[in-house]
Structures are given as structure tokens and as C-alpha cells.
Design a protein around this ligand. Structure first.
Ligand code: MIC
Ligand code: SF4
Length: 640
């Protein structure tokens, strides 16, 4: 037998169901979970619906980082609900202000070799520390908190072999942009991306975190780095050296695909509008005029990232035409910037300093001007995500962002002069006073869970019917993101626990008429292209269509987390056996699915009758998925 990859080793140690055979369903024991507040309210409502008194994981953390504008009572209601749930059900609670979940988890909680699932698609950031970390829907996280396994399809293994060393002004962001350029936003689907080779030694844990974070944009199941001397140094600097374990792939590990990247050949790059894989060298794009620069997010807001930015800004002034905002990734980073004086350099240069939270990344403020060009150190530049539909968002490194903020045009940082020498500190400032501990088992009974008026009950799902006779109520193209299906942003994010209200905005970016049409037609079927549902883990992109009566989504292919969320909500994800059949269906066509329950039960082929023509469909549901769909969703299934 051949050796194992890092991911296979962690999977092997956590396998509770199935076999490690590529493409077959497996169940994993989950050591840690995380939630954030935009998906957390729903996850805790679901956890409560399961009736389990206390989480059964080694560690579960509830973060507040997305909805921090608190424009009205809604966000604050959610925060209080999550805080009291955490106290009662045995979770640590990271208070608003403590930072972005993935950055804080890397700093304070992540442990090499452990499994982690989080109700946020960028949970694979933990792979920078050698964790096997997956983004998942809230229901899957609720099940894991209750001690249940996490079910995925055993992925293919891809090795990205890094050699050489990054040149000055080229950064970790440019590495993952290169992987995205080569593999595209669908290139990681069904795969785990594992980094190896001599070049790995030149990257610190936060740099590795930038790379694994944006593995989400590849559609990958997750990404992972070895746990090595740099991991030990990072954990030691966080006062957690005792949690270090070495982790590496066997020399004879077998990969399905190997990609070679010589770090010394990379150049500063940007992902151009409106997709993270639309990557070009800065020199190729040219000196376009910039209106806004936003630095932060779970991708690029570590201490070293922001110290570099501070050094670039020191003694200078942000260009007259540019608005620069900076959001440090965590309280630790913020505090260290303040202590060192670097925060003062940023303020002095004219940066607008935001709190440690997701902020502009999820459209919570700082929307650009009409048709504005915005450079962002974030991970997603989907159409409309910034809150301005015609904005042109480019994803860049912190170095490129900071220098361009000064020049007012997109600028290749290599043209500026010597790079500031900043290295990872030997000791980070450690103070976990913004993390509230759970109540003891004895005291938990006395903790009251507070449900303000923004906390609405979980929407009801329904078992799939035998015959579906309806219309095509929407037809969309390739790479539809969950930001298209269920947009976020300051106006609607506060209503994440109010599905009826959210439904008014479903598919707003593609077709404003969709919600009213869906209601008028009493639901129906959505037709999608390739990679339907890429991006975020928000289960609202399934729960809201469920509320609007969507019975099935038929697409050329699906993104992993969204397909799981559809099944969990009791909506059938089906694919065309022949992709060209997609072309023969139009909006308003009559669609029929017959003898559906039996077909699902027996794993038989499903035939769609579209305007009288028979079209073959494939359902790549596992046995467990079938049972969930037949039961009417995961919550109903867990009650069986
Ligand atoms: C995102 O980056 O799109 C989000 C907001 O963090 C989402 C989660 C959500 O929609 O609440 C994600 O990535 O999963
Ligand atoms: Fe927050 Fe943006 Fe990261 Fe999502 S991608 S967790 S919104 S910082």
C-alpha cells in the first residue's frame, strides 16, 4: 500500500463511516466547530431543535464578526441570543470586537491534525495550521456540535508543490491568485489541495492561512499545509507550543494531480472584476485610476500584513481621490498595531480605521461610488457584493493595496523601492479577555436563552412529493454564487433569522422579479449552469428558495457546500445527464418529474419532462442524502 497524504492521515484518524475511497461517502468525527453570527443564529436554532443539552465537541466557538453595524435592534438581538446559547450549551463566545472568526481561530484555538467545521466557507483558513477544516451549512455544524459525524464525499488529492522563495513585494495573496488563475473557481471541486515542497518552509502560518483561506474560491473541499517548524514557532508565539504536533505527507503519498509553482517566478497580481479567478499581473492591467482601497478581511489582516501596510503609509498621505479603509483582523492585531505606534502612522496617513470585523468584505458599509474602482485585500469580488452593483472590484495583496492608495492608481509595488523588513513576532500580545467561557454543566440549567423579536423560528421543510408538475421559474448561467441567490450587505444581513423578509431579495442581482414570480407560481424549478451555488456556506441560499416553494434545482454541476445545503433543506439538487439539454429549457417552460420518491428511494434514473420532451437527469445523492430528502430535510431526518 502506498503512503498517505496529510489530509488522508487526518481523515483516517477521524473516519467513523465509509471507506477512504475517492468519490465515496465518508463520515468524519469533528473535534472543533466554529460559527459566525450571520449563519450562527440559524445554526443555534437548529441545534436547539435537536434537543441536545450541551455540545459534544472538544471545542466549539461562537464568533460575532459579520453583523456588527447594529443599525436597529436586529443584530444586537442575534448577538444576545448567540451569547446566551453559548453560555448554556457549552461554547466559547468571542465577543464583537474580538475579531474575524478565521483570524482569531488561527491565533487562539486551531490545533494541527484536528478536524474543524465552521458555518462559514472560509473555515479552511485553519489548514494554514495543519487542520483539516471545512466550511459547512449551519445544520451540518449543529449536527457536529451534537456529536454527529460530518458527511462528505472522499475527495481527490491535489498537491501544489512549492519551490523557491517569493521575491520582495510578492506575497502569499499572489500565490493563491496564481493557483486560481491556473485552476479556476471550479478547479478545486471534489478535491483537497495540499501544499508541499521546499517552498513551504519560506511561508509563515498567517501566510499559509491566506492561501488556504482562498482555497474556498477554488471550490475545493479544503486546503492544508504541513505542520512543521514554522507551525511550532507560530504556536509558541501564541503561547500554545504544547499544542504542536508534526504533520507531513508520506514520501510515497499518491496525488491525483500535482501542480508545480516556483515562488520566485511569481509577480504581484490582481483578480479582476467579477471573479476571483480572473487573474492578471498588475503590470498587464496597467495604472487604472483607483477610487477606493479596503484592507482587511479573513484573508489578509494578520499582524505582518498590516505592519507592512503601516510602514508603506508612514509619513505619507492617502491620494486625494482615494478613500482607504483598514480593518485589523483581530483584537490581537489591533492591539499590537497600537502598541507599536503603527496604528498612528495609518491614522496620520488618512486611513479610515474600522473595527476588527468583516465590514466591507460582506458589504457592511464602505460601498464604493457608482462605477467606482475598488482595490480590496479580500477574497471575493462577485458582482454587487460590495453593495454597489456597477463597482469594479479588484482583489490584491496588502502591499499592492497600500501603495496604490498613495499613488491613486493601480501600482505594482515593485516599482516603489525597498520593501520594509517585517517578520512574524516571537511573541504575540495574548489577552483572551474578549472570549467568554461557557457555564459549567451544573450552572448551565440556570442560564436563560434570550430571544429578542428578531429571532424567528426555523422555517419548515417538507418531504419531497411523488410528482412535481410546475414551471421553470428561473434560468441562470454558469458560476452562480450564493451572493446571487441570497445577497448579503448592510440592508439585509440583519434579517438572517427572518426568512420571509429575506425572500424579497432572493436572486435580486439576476432577476428582480424572481421572488414575486415564485410566489405567484407557487414555487417551481430553477435551472442552473456549471458550479451552481459557489461561494459562501450560507444555508439561507437554500432556506429562502425553500420558503419560496422551489422544489428542485437542475444544474450542469453544483458547488459542494451549496449542494449539501439544498439536501439539508429538503430541496433536490439534480444534474443534467447531457449538459446540452440545459439549452432546451427556457423560463416559463412546463416541467414534470414523476414517480420521484420511488426513483430517489431506489436510486433510479430520474426523467424530466420539459414541454413534452424527456430529459435524463442524474442525482449524485449518497444513501444518506436520499434518506434526508425523503424525510424532508436534515432536521426531520435527525428526529427519525
Ligand atoms: C462570505 O464571505 O460570503 C460570508 C459572509 O462569510 C459567508 C457566510 C455568510 O453568508 O454568512 C461565507 O463565506 O460562508
Ligand atoms: Fe468575513 Fe469576508 Fe471572511 Fe466572509 S470572507 S468571513 S465576510 S471577512
Amino acid at each position: 500500500m502506498s503512503g498517505l497524504t496529510i489530509a488522508q492521515k487526518i481523515i483516517k484518524a477521524h473516519l467513523v463511516e465509509g471507506e477512504m475511497v475517492k468519490g465515496s461517502p465518508i463520515g468524519l468525527r469533528i473535534d472543533q466547530t466554529l460559527t459566525q453570527d450571520a449563519t450562527g443564529t440559524m445554526a443555534y436554532l437548529e441545534f436547539e431543535a435537536m434537543g441536545i443539552p450541551r455540545v459534544k465537541t472538544e471545542l466549539s466557538v461562537a464568533y460575532i464578526d459579520h453583523n456588527t453595524l447594529q443599525n436597529g435592534f436586529m443584530n444586537a438581538d442575534d448577538h444576545l441570543y448567540i451569547r446566551t446559547c453559548a453560555k448554556k450549551y457549552g461554547l466559547y463566545f468571542s465577543r464583537p470586537g474580538n475579531g474575524i472568526c478565521h483570524q482569531v481561530h488561527l491565533e487562539r484555538f486551531g490545533v494541527p491534525g484536528k478536524t474543524l467545521i465552521g458555518s462559514d466557507s472560509h473555515t479552511p483558513t485553519g489548514g494554514g495550521l495543519g487542520m483539516l477544516a471545512f466550511g459547512a451549512g449551519g445544520l451540518d455544524v449543529a449536527v457536529a456540535m451534537g456529536g454527529g459525524a460530518y458527511h462528505i464525499t472522499m475527495p481527490e488529492m491535489v498537491r501544489v508543490n512549492l519551490t523557491g522563495k517569493l521575491n520582495d513585494w510578492v506575497s502569499a495573496k499572489d500565490v493563491i491568485l496564481e493557483v486560481l488563475r491556473r485552476l479556476s473557481v471550479k478547479g478545486g471541486v471534489g478535491r483537497i489541495i495540499e501544499y508541499g515542497g521546499e517552498g513551504v518552509k519560506t511561508l509563515t502560518v498567517p501566510e499559509r492561512g491566506t492561501i488556504t483561506n482562498m482555497g474556498a474560491e477554488l471550490g475545493a473541499s479544503t486546503s492544508v499545509f504541513p505542520s512543521d517548524e514554522n507551525t511550532r514557532l507560530f504556536l509558541a508565539a501564541q503561547g500554545r507550543e504544547d499544542q504542536y504536533v508534526e504533520l507531513k505527507a508520506d514520501d510515497d503519498a499518491v496525488y491525483d494531480l500535482v501542480i508545480d509553482i516556483d515562488l520566485s517566478t511569481l509577480v504581484p497580481a490582481a483578480a479582476c472584476p467579477h471573479s476571483p479567478d480572473n487573474v492578471k499581473a498588475i503590470s498587464e492591467i496597467g495604472a487604472i485610476k483607483v477610487d477606493q482601497v479596503c484592507i482587511g478581511s479573513c484573508t489578509n489582516s494578520s499582524y505582518v500584513d498590516l505592519m507592512k501596510v503601516a510602514h508603506i503609509l508612514k509619513g505619507k498621505t492617502v491620494h486625494d481621490n482615494v478613500s482607504l479603509s483598514i480593518a485589523p483582523g483581530s483584537k490581537q492585531v489591533y492591539n499590537m498595531l497600537a502598541e507599536s505606534g503603527a496604528l498612528s502612522w495609518m491614522i496620520d496617513a488618512g486611513a479610515r480605521i474600522l473595527e476588527s470585523a468583516c465590514g466591507p468584505c460582506i458589504g457592511m458599509g464602505q460601498s464604493p461610488q457608482s462605477a467606482g474602482v475598488s482595490l480590496r485585500t479580500f477574497n471575493r469580488n462577485f458582482l454587487g457584493r460590495s453593495g454597489t452593483k456597477d463597482a469594479q472590484v479588484y482583489l490584491v495583496s496588502p502591499e499592492t493595496a497600500a501603495i496604490s492608495a498613495l499613488t491613486g492608481v493601480l501600482t505594482d509595488p515593485r516599482t516603489i523601492g525597498a520593501m520594509p523588513e517585517i517578520s512574524m513576532p516571537v511573541k504575540f500580545m495574548i489577552n483572551d479577555n474578549m472570549v467568554i467561557k461557557p457555564a459549567s454543566v451544573e450552572d448551565a440549567a440556570d442560564v436563560e436563552v434570550v430571544r429578542g423579536p428578531n429571532i424567528k423560528p426555523f422555517p419548515e421543510s417538507r418531504p419531497v412529493s411523488d410528482n412535481i408538475d410546475c414551471e421553470c421559474i428561473l434560468k441562470v448561467g454558469d458560476n452562480i454564487t450564493t451572493d446571487h441567490i441570497m445577497p448579503a450587505g448592510a440592508k439585509i444581513l440583519p434579517y438572517r433569522s427572518n426568512i420571509p423578509y429575506l425572500s424579497n431579495f432572493c436572486f435580486e442581482v439576476c432577476d428582480e422579479e424572481f421572488p414575486s414570480r415564485a410566489k405567484e407560481k407557487n414555487g417551481g424549478i430553477i435551472i442552473g449552469g456549471e458550479n451552481y451555488g459557489q461561494g459562501s456556506s450560507r444555508e439561507h441560499a437554500a432556506l429562502v428558495p425553500l420558503y419560496l416553494g422551489v422544489k428542485a434545482v437542475i444544474a450542469k454541476s453544483f458547488a459542494r457546500i451549496h449542494a449539501a445545503n439544498l439536501v439539508n433543506a429538503g430541496i433536490l439538487p439534480l444534474t443534467f445527464a447531457n449538459a446540452e439539454d440545459y439549452d432546451s429549457i427556457s423560463l416559463g417552460d412546463k416541467l414534470k418529474l414523476s414517480d420521484l420518491r420511488n426513483c430517489i428511494k431506489e436510486g433510479r434514473e430520474i426523467t424530466l419532462n420539459a414541454n413534452g420532451k424527456d430529459i435524463k437527469l442524474v442525482s449524485s445523492l449518497s444513501d444518506r442524502d436520499r434518506d434526508i430528502i425523503l424525510a424532508g430535510g436534515l432536521l426531520e431526518f435527525t428526529k427519525l
